[in-house]
Design a binder for this molecule. Structure first.
Ligand SMILES: *Cc1c(COP(=O)(O)O)cnc(C)c1O
Length: 403
């Protein structure tokens, strides 16, 4: 591919390197090692004078194709794929910081990211500060002293808070920090953090990139120099390498990602509006709805509202559980970004280990449900929701007798 193409085209073709068999589909190089023509070539490879694959912990042709495709869709100079999204987040942080450094992060983080920042980093003598992501004054205060790294997630899990990427990047750079953005909820199709000043973007490829619930994967994207001299020594020697098989599955997932994300966004917007009209629903959060507290910011830095809708049931956990248990089509699962629609109750699942006071600070109530909208016909999804809401409206004895 010589020219630069639009995103949907890039996702189908970018990064493909054909072997001398001229295969059409991306080849799966399921091999741990590589062989050399002679001992001299091996020696020259290890001296860095010859470009030759050495070992799949360092690099693999199928994984390289995925990395090239992801770099192309992100508009990043370089990419390294990892075994999971958490391996990507962990590597992106740990490769860059050392004892005595300071890390500032948004409070609304994916559970394991929160654990890394608040539990793991302090063990290594790294000071960590959490701020309310929407509060620019709080970012300014936290970044008034020299800082090594900023980690943030926008839209956030599960309340879909939006963080001003440009404003936080400017503050972070003045403090000497690099900005790492967990862009899982937006995908590279809806939001390109590098264009707003971020330095590094991390993904769980497990979500929309595979998008069909099959494999785990992750990626770190950024400038070539940082990837090669800061990240790469860390990943080569600590080993969060992505399996070539999983890389191949994700490569094929990317080919349909533009279609899938567009459809899920359309359905999510329709469902958000539908839920907002229901008497049993206290509140709906969807970034592109006018009643989202940061809808203007969301529209300024995202091209669509995303595939997730978060809503709050009147009647707390009891109502939330009864609604989820009354669904026929939408499954109960804590994954997201999948072709199958799924709901989770954050207070008792993804955020059950967050102390109640901190959960309240994040805005997660007992009635909060996170809905990852999939690829089913949106009319079927709405019928399923309506059926469950109707069951909820009946006296409990009648509702449970019908199940
Ligand atoms: C899923 C997820 C991760 C972690 O990715 P894994 O592939 O599960 O390791 C990190 N951040 C966000 C926002 C996620 O949704």
């Amino acid at each position: 591919m010589k020219r630069t193409y639009r995103p949907a085209t890039t996702l189908v073709h970018a990064g493909q390197v054909r072997s001398n068999f001229a295969e059409n589909a991306e080849a799966l190089f399921l091999t741990s090692g590589f062989v050399y023509d002679d001992a001299e070539q091996a020696a020259a490879t290890f001296r860095g004078e010859v470009a030759h694959y050495q070992y799949s912990r360092f690099g693999n042709p199928t994984v390289s194709m995925l990395e090239a495709r992801l770099a192309a869709i992100e508009g990043a100079e370089a990419c390294r794929a990892t075994a999971t999204g958490m391996a990507a987040v962990h590597a992106a942080i740990l490769c860059h910081v050392k004892a005595g450094d300071r890390v500032v992060a948004s409070r609304a983080l994916f559970g394991s990211c929160h654990w890394i920042v608040t539990t793991l980093l302090p063990r290594y003598g790294i000071e960590t500060v959490l701020v309310d992501g929407a509060d620019i004054a709080a970012w300014g205060e936290a970044l008034a002293v020299p800082t090594a790294l900023v980690l943030l997630e926008t839209p956030s899990n599960p309340m879909l808070d939006i963080i001003d990427l440009r404003a936080v990047s400017d503050l972070a750079h003045r403090a000497g920090a690099i900005v790492v953005v967990d862009n899982v909820f937006a995908t590279p199709l809806l939001q390109r953090p590098l264009e707003f000043g971020a330095d590094v973007v991390v993904y769980s490829a497990t979500k929309h990139m595979d998008g069909q619930g099959r494999v785990l994967g992750g990626a770190v994207l950024g400038r070539k120099e940082w990837i090669e001299t800061t990240l790469q020594p860390f990943t080569r020697n600590t080993g969060p390498a992505l399996s070539p098989f999983n890389a191949w599955v994700i490569l094929k997932g990317l080919e349909t990602m533009a279609l899938r994300v567009a459809q899920s966004c359309r359905s999510a917007a329709t469902i958000a509006d539908h839920l907002a009209g229901q008497a049993q629903v206290a509140r709906v959060l969807y970034p592109f709805r006018a009643d989202h507290p940061q809808s203007a910011l969301a529209r300024a830095q995202m091209s669509d509202g995303g595939t997730l809708v978060t809503f709050e049931m009147k009647g707390g956990q009891d109502a939330a559980f009864r609604l989820m248990n009354a669904l026929d089509l939408i499954v109960i699962s804590n994954n997201l970004g999948d072709s199958k629609s799924m709901m989770t109750h954050p207070a008792t699942t993804t955020h059950s280990k967050v102390p109640p006071a901190d959960r309240a600070l994040l805005g997660i109530s007992e009635g909060t449900i996170r809905f990852s909208v999939g690829l089913e016909d949106v009319a079927d999804l709405i019928d399923d929701l309506d059926g469950a809401l109707a069951a909820l409206a009946q006296p409990r004895s009648v509702a449970s007798a019908r199940r």
